[in-house]
Design a protein around this ligand. Sequence first.
Ligand SMILES: [Zn+2]
Length: 1165
Amino acid sequence: MLTPRYYKMRRYYAVLGTSVFFVAIFSMYLLLDQAASGPGINSQLQEGELSVLEAKLQNLEESLAKNRDTINQIRDTVKSLAEGKNQPVVQMNQQPNQVNIHVPEHRDTAMDYGDAVKYNGVAASVDKDECTFGDTPSGTSADVKMLDVFDLVKFDNPDGGSWKQGFEITYNTQQWEREPLQVFLVPHSHNDPGWIKTFEVYFRDQTQHILNNAVVKLLEDRKRRFIWAEISYFSRWWEAIDMAKKKQVIELISRGQLEIVSGGWVMPDEANTHYYAMLDQMIEGHTWLDAHLGVKPRSGWAIDPFGHSPTMAYLSERAGINAILIQRVHYSIKKYLASVKKLEFMWRQNWDHGSSTDMFCHMMPFYSYDVPHTCGPDPRVCCQFDFKRLPGGRVSCPWKLPPVPITDTNVASKAEILLDQYRKKSQLYKTNVLLIPLGDDFRYDKIIEWDQQFSNYGKLFDYMNSNPRMNVKAQFGTLSEYFDAVWRSTGSEPGSKPNGFPTLGGDFFTYSDREDHYWSGYFTSRPFYKNLDRVLESNLRAAEIVYSLAMATAKRHTIPGFNGLTEMERLVKARRQMGLFQHHDGITGTGKDVVVIDYGQRMLEGINEAKRVIRNSAQFLMMTQKDNYKEEVVFFDLDEKRASHDAMSEKTVISLSDQPTKVVIINSLAQERQEMVLLLVSSSNVEVMDWQGNIVTSQSNLVWTGSDSSLETFFELVFVAELPGLGMRTYSIRDLGTHESPEHSQSRVTILNAGEQDTLVRGSFHVFKESNAYGDFSIENAFISAEFTGTNGLLKSITTKADSKRTSISLDFVMYGTRNTKDKSGAYLFLPDGEAKTITEGLKPVIRLIRGRLLSEVHVTFDHVFHCVRLAKSPGADGTALEISNIVDIRSQKNKEIVMRIKTDIQNIDKSFYTDLNGFQIQRRKTLSKLPLQANVYPMPAMSYIEDGMSRLTLHTAQALGVASLQTGWLDVFLDRKLEQDDNRGLQQGVKDNKRTPNLFKLLLERRGADATQTTSTVPTGYPSLLSHTVSQTLNNPLITLPTLMDADIVTEFAPLTQQLSCDVHLLNLRHLHDMREGESVPGDGALLLLHRLGFDCKYPATTLTCSTNQGQVTLGDLFTEDNVQIEEATVTSLTMMYEKGQVQLSEALYIEPMEIKAYRLKFH
Ligand SMILES: [Zn+2]
């Protein structure tokens, strides 16, 4: 609805606008004059361009009457002034009189439309005190700093003898005379929830038998033990077993014979996973365990993830886990830590200024978690103690020394041999307590194996224990029994730091298991699904939040219509499909093709279920008459659809008429957002109204089907939406038919290198084809100007307008091949054939240059990449960064890996660069010349940056990929890999199921404040700026747009927060809590609120942010507007709700320390 006030102002602006316009023309003349005479003018403004400018002016004069856009723009400015939005004037280098000119029907590449949307100088207000955390160097207090270890270790791989990657271990037998060696043999079975077989097929063929057998064989003897990690399988099995067996399971757990370790839905990958999903799968597992078994896992078990992240240690610590175990660490690092007896340490977060995050960690010392590599240093010996490999079975020992059954005659000698291995292994640790895992992948599926292991070890242990000369006490144990014994032996409390144990800071990437075989390929393998996973994550997160708000609102107003059972079941499905994919053969891209398809289908189901929850919950929240809500009456469409799991998403096309069609836009972040919205609509001449009835500036673009062909049935529509934290607003769009709106404009398209000179008319669009390139060109907004090379259309530099400084940033696509030797790259390994080669050299691709008042784009098509760079003229955070999206297609290639390379003149010292760990924290990296190229590639789940004394360039990503910085000023990001062969890590196939794969990035160039000094290169961590955090969060949690299918009676706005949260408090989740009623889950009246206080770097300004910071304070009672959501009570809990830590006074301000995640169980009134 247009308000009368609006009409009145409109007339006023028209008059004012016209007069200002003449002034504008005059000042253009002045500018031109200066340019022609002044020697100091930008060298880019060459004479040729001046004549273009001149021609333009002429044209402008001729089309004076038509030139409404300029008027509109001036009117916008006046309007915002009239509305009191006259914030401190921009510090951008705009001349007061400079006007941006819209020349709709003239071919033009040299000029952009300029700043259709003005930046009004907004920036977050940050108190100086709040900079202390980010400014204080941390990560230096740990005894063992992983960056130093990387400097120290030679990585020379000499032959270590029987322990090939280690050293000869000797011992003195007297050391056990006073205190015997205490051995815990821990039977385990590693069950991948999908790898060679799918989850269901593994369950059917192996896992159910393993668990069934465990119950039978454990009940036979109280001395027996078994541990289990993956709750996806355990819960699947639980559903299938009868009551009697369930009781037996609970009995075994209470006796301590069966221990649940970690207790996550899966054993997640730690490289590619985002902490949102890492934590969510942990919550899903822990809450399942609590509801069905009353179990709280105490120890973490991660024997197979391909490298380890401190984020996992942090989440485990704050979930209430006492100790964790890790295995896949670079063999040279293991050897070093073993040599100084530091394989057990307190793992400290690099950002921790104290010691509160310290997590007891046990690192296994040898090559693998199988039996040959767990009993001691010599696999030839240890293999003989894997009694599944007794002759006649299906597995044997590759060292040709098979096990023999233990008998009265051989027990003495065999015990002696085994004890020697135990004793050697124990020399690598500080205590007299020794952990010996006994298991492998999908072990114990047959009864005979249980008997083989338990009876033979039973005989060995009976002999050892009854022989005082041996000074050993050996027993079957669980993981927690081992850890408890370690603490007992050191006289320390469970979970605490035993005296003399070291602290360690850092991470364990990039993993190598032998030679120069680095596992950096999986940071990128199957990138299509890494991207799909992030789509699922953002949809699930939004679904949780919107559904929790809907349930709270329904409760608040006692509306029975929205009971939410269907939605709750959908949420649970989506959670579990997402959780499953976090598995270390899921998101890693290391499963068989058939398994990848299974994950894909599951994720698509998860996405669709989450979208339905969002749609239905939003519908309820936006209905004017909420009492009328009926589950079966749906009046929102979904925002996008996918034809199949391996297809790219297709946005819903909104069919318009002359009557307004409503679109609801949802912001799942707890901060306000001003952001460009992109929709597909049936008309290219439209009018967009915001929730208050004001017409907003909009732009139409063509939808391209080929280099110069486009659709005529629907078009892209862009406009800037403004949304409250966690809120929704209704925007309306109508087809204007033949009418014109001053607020709407069409983009202008120039196709360069088109081979011919031509002007195409596409409806109301003009497409200018230029036979050749036009020379270098730029697109710009109020914040930056991005300059491109005219011949190939690739980014060349970025100029920040606040300081007029230009940074050379040139983009290219390069390719790696694989080695010509026996060992080649595969799903896990990256083994390149040398340095990458450019694939764009000498090419003159067709370039599409699209300029508009709100959005400008550059499209370039190369053989294997469609490359799009986009700059939004948005006053929000999205205006500060360049958006880069590619569609990669290397299906025609063999043994190739494609990389997007960004070369800059940023002088990063020591080739230091920064990558995130799980989107949670930043780790400094150093490209080391002593290591092969593939070792210098690191995981990038969320961002990577390089910086020098003046600038920081951050590449934000919307999917996990591998990244490297091989030369000073470079950032390489791996986009896809097609590999013909297996790389001998068990998968037994190459990676050839490539697809057309989308990827999405935001490139943010930031300048340091004047008082900032160069960071010291000894600090192992870093922090994104508040702006960078916002860019990352908006990229990973895009706005959701729900078009209405009918004329719906909906409200204009839902704004549940009393005010937006502080800039540095991220609402990680508002996760619905269900109740248990008679063993069944039913929708509850609460939610788990997860708040993460971000650590940030103050040196870079928080441009565009309307939020502020307040020492991490949150008052739960003041969080929500009472009309929508009322909290009845709140409890602080551990991260997965295993432990309650006391009631929260709702009126009291809670203080969250930087980097911490806090969990609050809320009950709604
Ligand atoms: Zn595994």
